[in-house]
Design a protein around this ligand. Sequence first.
Ligand code: PMP
Length: 355
Amino acid sequence: MSKYWSEAIRSLTPYVPGEQPKGSNIIKLNTNENPFPPSPMVLEAIHQFDTDRLRLYPDPDSSALKQSLADHFHVKTDQVFVGNGSDEVLAHTFMAFFRHPEPLLMPDISYSFYDVYANLYGIDVRHIPLQDDFCIALDDYSEANGGIIFANPNAPTGRALTLDQINALLQRNTESVVVVDEAYVDFGAETAIKLVEQYSNLLVVQTLSKSRSLAGMRVGFAIGSAELIDGLERVKNSFNSYPLDMLAQVTATAAIKDVAYFTQTTQQIIKTREWTNEQLLALGFKIIPSKTNFVFASHRYIEAAELMGFLRTHQILVRHFSRPGIDNHLRITIGTEEEMHAMINCLKRHPDIIS
Ligand code: PMP
């Protein structure tokens, strides 16, 4: 705590992301990155990139990227917003739509950044408990005048709502903004982008960090009505009119265009996830059905913190959350087949695991 800090920042709780270790020989299954390299078209775009252009400012509107996203999702370019990772898109969303006299509704267990932003911007939040099966309790989200945000699939639980369920929620909430954070949607869930024409209050946020292997480039985007996108552009232009650097724009555009590679790599991750689930079940874990690139699991007898520590001593990083309700769970990112074999084989060597 510093005497120079204003009252406003003293109460802030920073978001603590998973560890980013520097060493090699580590199997990194702790921050839901993609184990595959970016598309070969991304590599090609980097090779073709004229570095002389770096002395100029980038396109403030990321026009080529917005065009490729609009083409890919069959919307107009004025329905697309891009930012430095979906974290920045979400930050602008909180500023643009959720500063309201009524509380913002969100699940009590969800992406912990939402609370950080609400705290930062002084937004009142009502946390809605998840059901016992970790599903979002849809019926509790009615007449949310201050807005709604949730991740679908949810994080870190991995459970997804269907498009019909999201549609039902939108039918009951037409007066305030509903944000669906689809960071993990490409690993088996249904996108709500199909509903943006129908609901002008729906904003869908996605990222290129997971299914498109571009976490290092920091690119996220939102799709919604032109009205909502205009609101986000206003916030963006008050902070930083150049959110994406040139290389981020070029590589993200290439990644969106390579649908074949995206399909092949996401399918492979889903296959490896299902294999990992079976193995974990056989080792005495309880698994929550996941539609993401991670599994959320708890062991019947062994504490999650103990298992995380054990894996760590064997250079395998997974994530453990200390929040009540999920504190005995591990979140394990799906890596390559080889990495998941190594993780399972390591667990089999734990003295209390019977395989
Ligand atoms: N939403 C959710 C649910 C996430 O888990 C993450 C990744 N930590 C993000 C958004 C942010 O991703 P990025 O900023 O890399 O786009």
